[in-house]
Design a protein around this ligand. Structure first.
Ligand code: SF4
Length: 230
């Protein structure tokens, strides 16, 4: 129980640091806190509630739906992509198009199910014509990615594609050199790899992604799998 109370305090501290004033000061407990045993989903829900019908950056003007994230609120592994595409914008869920189907195969090749992991993007609204998110948009949305990380507390993050890696790591090194090497974000190990949309265009690169995912499996202590996604 003490661990859960500490977790709530840590999350409230994150909310305050991130400037999410609606939650932080008013919810800060002054008396001993009563916490329900299942705390992670409510924390993730609280981040989503705080996001609301967000208008914090200009991407809100052209979106159909906010694409917050899906998956296991207690996932040991989180996948972070760049931004929602057209299918995701229309359906409100991340990685639901062809690239999403390939991501599902990649997850299954690791011996996991899509429901075992958590999947989200660096920004929650689709940039017009799938352009790259701009710095002000990333800055406006980053507190919510941090909130998702603070709630789920994954043991490892896999970034998908050049943009997610470069923006999370604040490193403009090309993805060809970033991928396959462990980095860190908010104290969590990060493995950058190629985006599944790129693999659809360049299937010859799948072997490299599989090597990256094998490193992740090793880090998480997952049993070796037989082969990569086809
Ligand atoms: Fe809000 Fe993020 Fe969407 Fe910008 S991208 S409007 S910050 S949810």
């Amino acid at each position: 129980m003490r661990e859960l109370v500490n977790e709530v305090h840590a999350w409230l501290a994150w909310a305050e640091e991130s400037g999410l004033q609606n939650l932080a000061p008013e919810s800060r407990p002054t008396e001993p806190v009563k916490v329900e045993p299942k705390v992670k989903l409510p924390l993730l829900d609280a981040v989503r509630t705080e996001l609301g019908e967000c208008t914090r950056c200009k991407l809100h003007r052209t979106r159909s739906n906010i694409v917050f994230g899906v998956g296991n609120p207690e996932a040991r592994l989180m996948f972070v992509g760049e931004a929602p595409g057209e299918d995701e914008d229309l359906q409100g869920f991340p990685f639901v198009g062809k690239a999403g189907q390939l991501l599902t195969k990649m997850i299954e090749a690791m011996g996991l199910r899509r429901d075992d992991v958590y999947i989200c993007n660096t920004v929650k609204c689709r940039p017009p014509n799938n352009r790259n998110p701009e710095p002000d948009e990333l800055e406006a949305c980053e507190p919510f990615l941090k909130g998702q990380l603070g709630a789920v507390k994954p043991e490892a993050i896999v970034t998908l594609g050049k943009f997610a890696a470069q923006s999370l790591l604040r490193d403009s090194t090309p993805i060809t050199r970033l991928r396959g090497r462990w980095r860190e974000y908010q104290g969590i190990p990060v493995m950058p790899t190629f985006h599944p949309a790129y693999l659809l265009r360049s299937p010859g690169e799948k072997g490299k992604v599989w090597e990256d995912l094998k490193q992740v499996m090793k880090k998480l202590g997952l049993p070796p799998a037989k082969g990569g996604a086809s």
